[in-house]
Write a protein that binds this ligand. Structure first.
Ligand SMILES: Cc1ncc(COP(=O)(O)O)c(C=O)c1O
Length: 415
């Protein structure tokens, strides 16, 4: 306290924060843009808000699945109020393995823990498969929080060029960068996000998965390579997840194949915070070590995951009738999204927009020269998109079909 009774301005003289934390930006840029779009809409302006990563219906209301809502309401207060096991409820983890692998033998070869959404799974992957100071590898277009998660755990992020000049996945660049990182660090952790990559909308095809597999197989001879497959949008891909599984599971005895599973998009339950990290490991002793390390990480971060959320999702995953109902309801949402994707593809190709192959999913990315300036110009016209280096992320999941012509027209003016 100073002589006049006010608090001294300590921030000027010193910071209580450790130096690496003093310049952290408070706002997630996407959430900040969304807030601005909403404020302008509330003030009466007709805005197109293509920033939100949640599926909204054509009236702008958050889409949810009735079967999930019912499963949540059926829970007893004791289930919701009680602590869940640190690793996650066994039923939930069994349900996730079933959802991922069906009756494949890998379902019985997993180390797995429940996590708050896919984000928690990605966090645990970084903390357990990289040393502090080492770098995670991902594609040059990537979901921004990958970098935040790396920063937060004192790791770094490096990228490989995502696209070749002809617009396909640059698997050669991947091979080169993976090999370089393993030489430099003695190990590697890779995040691969497909289907429906955020932000580009791209889904790897069968041939691309096989080329990725060959590269991983080759490099894994030089050191431990852990691959975390971020399948947040798995249910929205044009191809079944089997395409990825068929390509990647055969090398599970050479590299560590992991899945960041999330209920956020699959069950349209973003706020429930339910997810899992699932690592396939045929070797029993190593599997036990991984399981122990992951459970330890749970205890050392969030302790345990939302008990009610896990119970509701487990009740759906383990009951074939409920699961079939959710699949039907989700199919309606996918149809809504696919209509938007179809309209966008039609108009955007006529308008000459440059963007990667887009056959489904929440986002696409339009290539532009100066993304920041382009996003500002669009914003002035009431169109909100997210600038990325060299591109604008367009969240079709939150744009009504009737607004897509205006959106494409705006994009064409700034592209
Ligand atoms: C690429 C990607 N990975 C993972 C997630 C994880 O989301 P959550 O933590 O809500 O499950 C998201 C959500 O937006 C995402 O876009």
């Amino acid at each position: 306290m100073t002589a006049d009774g006010s608090l001294p301005n300590v921030a000027v003289a010193m910071s209580f924060l450790i130096p690496s934390r003093t310049l952290r930006p408070a706002d997630d840029p996407i959430f900040a843009l969304n807030a601005e779009a909403k404020a302008r809409a509330q003030a009466g302006e007709r805005v197109v808000n293509a920033t939100v990563g949640s599926l909204l219906d054509d009236e702008g209301k958050l889409a949810t699945l009735d079967g999930v809502n019912e499963a949540l309401h059926e829970l007893s207060p004791q289930v919701v109020a009680g602590y869940a096991p640190i690793a996650g409820s066994p039923d939930f983890l069994r349900g996730v393995a079933l959802d991922l692998f069906g009756d494949r033998p890998e379902a019985k070869m997993v180390a797995s823990v429940a996590t708050p959404g896919g984000t928690g799974a990605l966090r645990h992957a970084i903390a357990n498969f990289l040393e502090p100071g080492q770098s995670l590898l991902t594609s040059s277009f990537y979901w921004g929080p990958y970098k935040t998660l790396a920063d937060e755990t004192d790791r770094n992020l490096e990228t490989f060029e995502m696209f070749t000049t002809s617009g396909g996945l640059d698997t050669e660049a991947f091979h080169t960068e993976l090999s370089r990182l393993v030489k430099k660090q003695g190990r590697a952790l890779v995040f691969l996000n497909s289907p429906c990559h955020n932000p580009s909308g791209y889904s790897f095809d069968d041939a691309e998965w096989k080329r990725l597999r060959a590269a991983i197989e080759d490099v894994s001879a030089a050191g431990p390579v852990a691959i975390c497959l971020d399948i947040a949008y798995a249910k929205f891909g044009a191809q079944p997840l089997d395409v990825m599984l068929d390509a990647m599971l055969p090398i599970a005895n050479k590299a560590l194949i992991m899945f960041a599973w999330s209920a956020s998009k699959a069950f349209l339950e973003y706020g429930l915070r339910v997810g899992a990290l699932v690592a396939v490991q045929p070797e029993e002793e190593e599997r036990r070590r991984i399981q122990n390390a992951l459970v330890y990480s749970c205890r050392g971060t969030w302790s345990n995951v939302n008990a009610g959320g896990m119970a509701a999702i487990a009740n759906i995953l383990l009951d074939s009738t409920r699961r079939a109902r959710i699949d039907r309801e989700r199919a309606g949402c996918i149809e809504l999204l696919q209509r938007r994707v179809g309209t966008f593809n039609d108009l955007a190709s006529k308008a000459g927009l440059r963007y990667p192959r887009y056959d489904g999913g929440f986002f696409t990315t339009v290539f532009v020269k100066d993304a920041r300036a382009a996003a500002e110009r669009l914003k002035a016209d009431g169109i909100f998109v997210v600038p990325q280096p060299g591109a604008l992320r367009v969240a079709l999941c939150s744009v009504a079909e009737r607004d897509i012509p205006r959106l494409v027209e705006g994009l064409a003016k700034v592209a």
